[in-house]
Design a protein. Structure first.
Lengths: 373, 476
């Protein structure tokens, strides 16, 4: 007991109650927005409103300075309590920031142990981060939670976006020979001519943006974003419309097992894209019996054709824009390291021969065999 | 040596007993042989004296028989406990234990047992309640208690060794064990320790307990139970039991930490269901000892561990509470302990008043007034309820002590402090020894066979010999 007492007495002066903070004495920062304008960083903090009656209307603080850290310090003078970044869950980079260079924002999130770096990250495609965070939403949950839930849903169930954490973004941009992709967000204004219940604008998630040399170089179309996510196995299920016997049918593709192989043989580069997935019929707009093997094979065939043309479209765009979102150079860096220097600065898509193998299996057809016309 | 003169003899006894009014001196006049019957009014049953002693004495007519009166009385009085007495000291001792003494002029007195029944009858156990299984509990009369054990174990190997302790109380204490199972070393150690306190006056078995085990331990090293069925189970395992006259609680040792998670009822139900109950008890133990500390740690240091929506709720509820979380918790614990203590001491009729007061003051008014946050009320209430799973008061108190130690560590270092304190807790527990047996057995040292009946229960019945406790001859 005496020893225990001595131990406790020792802990008191030694620990000094390091980082002691009562929960009602802190401002819980849920989202950070970073904008860049006229050589000044503008930092916007979205802080949870502890008052339970208006939890869905957060408190917004914004400050400008020539570094992000200084701007945050200015906000901490404004806020009544201590800023707490332990629950930071969303980082939004403004449009000008993404054009200036996103890596200038890495430092503060990676070095400060009190600021969380595993927050989701988005790029505002044609607006400032401040406008996005300051937007009033029609939601009963916290606005940031609404954005994150929608990000997760659309990346799993639609394949349009990519739920990327900030430290993953840093890792991807640091990867040699890979142009990182990141989801975008934008405000869709309410059409004043339309009669709607809601008076508020809508925040919407957009397709993927490709980052090259620290800047957003190109924003893919929605179709291209989905194709990229299919090749990267970054979805749970995506609905794809295919044309079969002159009618539009919908197939849900699931269980992706795709991969890219790359061979260099006598200075000839050959990339093999293997797409392997399962499909479920969700809408069949014709009288043919879905149980019949022939019909299923026909559907599989047209699904494969559709996926193939989607992949070719994506490759065409990547080639035209000279961006390596598929990471072909990254495969060369990993498997043919000695040749990496040679291909580092050229448009790899110009000299690569592509082979696209698509293997799909349609299993589930639902309870009705024949389609309703 | 008793005097041959009846008057001198009785006068000496009267003087030695300080003329106490509760002693009754009844002279019986026969022709040549005057007798005096002495007994203690408080300890003796008057109907027994009337029916078995006085009735016989009044039939003393025959001259021939009177010549050897003590022998004649010894044979004629129908009593199973009748003794010749030759010294005054013996007279005084017998008078204190409910005997009636017949003094005569032959310097040989007779002591006849006419004890009044000063104990209550066997009732249902109040402290360790069960749904299934036997209901009887020990009473204050240790002979009845021995009877309750002997009814369950009808073996000649059940040894009852009697000792008398206390200079003034002269309390009967008996050591009970199974001769063919128990390790003799433990018996010797017990006798040795009892010998050192032979002069100590005993009021209850807990007096002996504090002498048998060193007091510095927070968790009890000797289990106290009022259930004869549990005592018999323990005896068959190879443990030793001490029964003390005037105490309805038996002492049982060596005790292991895991014993406090067991209830005799566990053995009257299906094993697999009992496993679940035991896991619940273990969770309750963790809740009782850790939850306030954990709450303090996560709300003052490790906020990242709380889900965001819950954090907002916590923060909203705590807004306006002026005290630090640690102080808030201590305040609530002290309030609850006062409430608990007063509820135990209070007469039954006032119990409902206390529960209304406690419910309203603790549950509502304190929160409304902004002294504590509602979540803290939940935390302390949860802890208190979890604590009540243990029927042993000493375990409950030990848990309370450790809860506060955990809270101090949590308020200094957060989760790291709790980790550190848990380490300390386990080190201290595993350093304990109850009569030379490791306290954390069967976990440390590990024994897989016994482990089947520890935190979970896979074995069917209790009462199998515990390999750590049995003597070496049985092990072979």
């Amino acid at each position: 007991m005496k020893k225990l007492l001595i131990l406790i007495l020792l802990i008191l002066p030694l620990s000094g109650c390091y980082n002691y903070l009562e929960i009602n004495d802190m401002e819980i920062v849920e989202a950070v927005g970073i904008d860049y304008h006229d050589e000044l960083y503008s930092v916007t903090l979205q802080i949870l409103n502890i008052n339970q009656d208006n939890a869905e209307t957060p408190i917004i603080y914004t400050e400008e300075d020539n570094t992000i850290g200084k701007a945050i310090r200015k906000i901490s003078l404004k806020a009544p309590n201590q800023l707490y970044f332990g629950h930071l869950s969303l980082i939004i980079l403004g449009k000008e920031m993404s054009e200036f260079g996103i890596s200038t924002s890495y430092e503060i999130f990676l070095r400060d142990p009190l600021i969380r770096s595993d927050a989701y990250v988005l790029i505002a495609s044609d607006d400032t981060a401040y406008n996005i965070l300051n937007q009033k939403l029609d939601t009963t949950v916290f606005p940031t939670d609404a954005i994150i839930n929608s990000l997760k849903n659309s990346s799993q169930k639609d394949g349009l976006t990519k739920d990327l954490l900030f430290d993953e973004l840093v890792a991807e941009t640091m990867e040699k020979g890979l142009d990182a992709t990141i989801s975008t967000i934008y405000i869709e204004s309410v059409d004043s001519n339309k009669q709607t219940i809601s008076q508020n604008n809508i925040i919407k998630l957009g397709p993927l943006a490709v980052i090259k040399d620290d800047k957003v170089r190109y924003i893919l179309t929605e179709e291209e974003s989905r194709t990229l996510n299919i090749i990267n196995n970054n979805f749970e299920d995506i609905m794809i419309s295919i044309e079969y016997e002159n009618s539009i049918n919908n197939i849900d593709i699931t269980l992706p097992k795709s991969k890219i192989d790359l061979n260099i043989d006598n200075e000839k580069i050959k990339a093999i894209i293997n797409i392997d997935l399962d499909g479920d019929v969700t809408e069949l707009k014709q009288n043919s019996d879905a149980e019949k093997r022939k019909v299923l094979e026909g559907l599989e065939k047209s699904l494969e054709n559709k996926l193939k043309s989607m992949t070719l479209d994506l490759i065409k765009t990547l080639k035209a824009e000279n961006i390596d979102a598929l990471g072909l150079k990254n495969i060369i860096y990993k498997h043919y390291y000695s040749k990496y220097e040679k291909y580092k600065d050229i448009n790899i898509y110009d000299i690569t021969e592509f082979e696209i193998n698509i293997d799909t299996e349609i299993y589930e057809v639902g309870n009705t065999y024949e389609g309703f016309k | 040596m008793l005097s041959k003169d009846l008057d001198i003899c009785v006068d000496k006894i009267k003087n030695d007993l300080h003329q106490n009014p509760d002693y009754v001196y009844k002279y019986i006049n026969l022709k040549n042989n005057n007798l005096c019957l002495i007994y203690n009014d408080a300890l003796c049953a008057s109907d027994k004296i009337d029916n078995f002693v006085l009735k016989n004495l009044s039939f003393l007519k025959d001259e021939k028989i009177r010549k050897n009166l003590p022998d004649y009385l010894y044979n004629s009085i129908p009593n199973n406990n009748i003794k010749f007495i030759y010294t005054y000291e013996d007279i005084y001792e017998k008078l204190q234990t409910g005997f009636s003494i017949i003094i005569n002029k032959y310097s040989t007195a007779l002591a006849v047992e006419t004890k009044k029944n000063l104990t209550r009858s066997i009732t249902e156990s109040k402290v360790e309640k069960t749904v299934n299984g036997p209901k009887d509990a020990f009473v204050e009369d240790y002979l009845v208690n021995i009877g309750l054990i002997r009814r369950r174990i009808k073996s000649k190997d059940l040894i009852v060794e009697k000792k008398t302790l206390g200079k003034h109380t002269k309390t009967a204490v008996s050591i009970i064990y199974m001769n063919d199972i128990v390790e003799k070393k433990i018996i010797d150690e017990v006798k040795e320790r009892l010998a050192t306190i032979s002069e100590k006056d005993i009021m209850d078995s807990s007096y002996i307990r504090s002498s048998l085990s060193k007091n510095k331990y927070s968790f009890p090293m000797i289990e106290m139970t009022e259930r004869p069925d549990l005592t018999s189970m323990y005896l068959l395992e190879g443990k030793v039991c001490i029964l003390v006259d005037t105490s309805p609680f038996a002492l049982i040792f060596p005790t292991f930490f895991v014993d406090f998670f067991h209830s005799p009822e566990d053995y009257y139900q299906k094993p697999r269901n009992v496993s679940f109950t035991r896991i619940i008890r273990f969770i309750a133990f963790l809740v009782a000892i850790l939850v306030p500390a954990f709450y303090i740690a996560i709300t003052t240091y490790n906020h990242e561990t709380i889900p965001l929506t819950l954090l907002v709720n916590f923060a909203a509820q705590r807004s306006g509470v002026p005290f630090p979380a640690f102080f808030e918790a201590i305040l609530m614990i002290i309030t609850f302990e006062i409430l608990k203590e007063s509820d135990i001491r209070l007469p039954n009729q006032m119990g409902s008043a206390i529960s209304i007061l406690g419910g309203i003051i603790l549950g509502e008014a304190a929160v409304e007034a902004g002294i504590v946050s509602p979540i803290m009320v939940i935390v302390i209430a949860m802890t208190a309820i979890a604590n009540l799973i243990f029927s042993h008061v000493d375990v409950v108190n030990a848990i309370r002590m450790w809860r506060i130690i955990f809270m101090i560590f949590a308020s200094l270092l957060g989760i790291v402090g709790i980790y550190f304190c848990s380490f300390l807790f386990i080190v201290i527990l595993s350093s304990y020894k109850s009569f030379g047996k490791p306290y954390l057995y069967p976990f440390a040292p590990i024994n897989f066979k016994v482990l089947k009946d520890s935190l979970i229960r896979l074995k069917n019945n209790r009462g199998e010999k515990n390999p750590l406790l049995v003597n070496n001859e049985v092990k072979k």
